[in-house]
Design a protein around this ligand. Sequence first.
Ligand code: HEC
Length: 125
Amino acid sequence: MKPVRNLTIVAAALAGLLTLACQKEAPKASTTGTALDMPGQGVYFQQCAICHGRFGKGDTMIAANYPWANLADTKYGHGSSRDEILKNITDGIPQTPMRGFKGALTDEELSQITDYVIAMAKQGE
Ligand code: HEC
């Protein structure tokens, strides 16, 4: 009976270690920040937060290896003018998970989400 019990203990220890290792690797999505109460917020939470994070910090698994996924700062690698941001959201950014939202969002929604992104960037000033 003893070997079986030992095996159980080893298995439990391994499972524990594995859980710890996994927890270490997953980037922590930030729980602090300010959600912006303005038009665009609903679209942001539904369409963008899964990659860019609730507060736009780009702190998600999917965005982990992309330098420009943080929208809550003033460094915008693909252009920070309103026109450029609108274009990036409309057409997407090639070779990245950032797809274009043309057709998926109305022109009004695209305009509102652009202002929402700009407001998030301002928070990082
Ligand atoms: C599937 C994941 C994903 C979704 C969904 C997504 N994005 Fe992105 N987005 C990215 C990644 C990754 C980048 C960074 C690309 C890079 O580093 O070159 C990015 C880049 C951007 C940029 C350019 C930032 C810069 O520094 O120039 C903007 C603006 C942006 N996203 C806005 C949005 C908005 C608004 C939405 C929702 C309508 C959205 N994204 C949805 C993954 C996503």
